[in-house]
Design a protein around this ligand. Sequence first.
Ligand SMILES: Cc1cc2nc3c(=O)[nH]c(=O)nc-3n(C[C@H](O)[C@H](O)[C@H](O)COP(=O)(O)OP(=O)(O)OC[C@H]3O[C@@H](n4cnc5c(N)ncnc54)[C@H](O)[C@@H]3O)c2cc1C
Length: 407
Amino acid sequence: MKEFFDVVIVGGGMVGAALACALGDGPLKVAVLESTQPETYDASQPHDLRVSALSIASKTFLDSVGAWQGITDRRLCPFRRMRVWEAEGDTEFCSDDINYPELGYIVENRLIQLALLERCAAFGNIELICPTQLNKINYNPGQDSELYLADGRELVAKLLVAADGGQSRVRQTVGLGVTSWDYQQQALVIYVETAYGQQDITWQRFVPSGPQAFLPLPGHYASLVWYNSPDAVRRLQALPLEQLQAELLAAFPDCLGEIRQVLAVTSFTLRRQHAQHYVKQGVALVGDAAHTINPLAGQGVNIGLLDAAALGEVLIAAADQGLSIADTAVLKKYEAMRRHENLKMMTVMDVFYQLFSNDVPPIKFLRNLGLGLAERVSPAKNLLMRNAMGLEGNLPKLARGVPIIQK
Ligand SMILES: Cc1cc2nc3c(=O)[nH]c(=O)nc-3n(C[C@H](O)[C@H](O)[C@H](O)COP(=O)(O)OP(=O)(O)OC[C@H]3O[C@@H](n4cnc5c(N)ncnc54)[C@H](O)[C@@H]3O)c2cc1C
């Protein structure tokens, strides 16, 4: 028997689940399909390897849809300061300078997802189908989409949303193309126990082989990210953990303090990918399905959450006005809100990447000049900080704390 929905979101990761929450208690009937049930939280668990630096805009959005509490009830590490430096210059940003209590929050990806899925389950108009396996999608422009699940269920959707990550099957099935290339570096993510207690600073140091980053976690723990050539990452990841600890102590700056133990390690290929269009009749892409970006400044999920907030806003407005949510003209409003903004962010990350992974003297000079200016000129510094916090640009309503559903 066919089951009819206004919106079917494929992928209940951070972005797909956030979109569902944005539509929670609204006029649309929504299904979220997620293939993997995330492990439930227990305070005694070690931290996950996948963590994100959430911006203030992301926090506001998560709060607006009632999911922030689910994160604070579990665990997170707020940070107030951010330091960026290289051999010949450095600058430190502090939230006090712009009268904010925090610059952002380091949170495990799974806990963001758990808080959002828990919230989804509380809305009467949302059905969370998890775990599930999607066997087949029938997409024909101008008609409702049909989705066939492994357990025999058949879903019919006016709007199909791809929130299924960088390798998006939905995006490929509906024929939305991407432009993409791999960066020449990979990221080694290392979970460590530190001698220092919980810190309120994130830092990033630039050395010729690539950036090194420190993200504090609750307690005596941290997540380190070591960007390097694919060969170097392969070599480091293959080392016994004690040897990796010795390499870290030799390569990372003294301010890291003693690393008591390396607890776990993983690596990621870094790929820039951008969909040429985010929408077509009856389909929209959000999050990594639409764009993957250099994680250098930790903006991937932050811009994905803004996609979710923007698409939610456009769909609710269309439903309120009696317009079809599958119409390209309606969906284009979402694309107009987000594609250019995301392209700008991707371009800024690429300029950073080129600037900081380069030892050519004029480029070194430019980057030192930039850091020096950022250090000395308060308005420039504050603007940079506000950008990193997601407070600049055209923010969707939910990321400004403005409701989209009238109760
Ligand atoms: C090293 C590294 C560090 C990063 N650090 C940061 C950071 O500090 N801050 C930041 O903002 N971003 C960061 N990012 C980026 C961030 O992790 C991604 O942008 C984010 O995970 C994208 O979320 P998403 O929900 O769009 O996609 P995903 O996280 O990929 O989620 C997709 C979901 O869809 C599900 N799925 C897939 N296919 C199907 C299917 N057929 N049926 C049902 N379900 C399906 C998957 O199980 C998954 O849950 C980092 C990335 C890397 C690689």
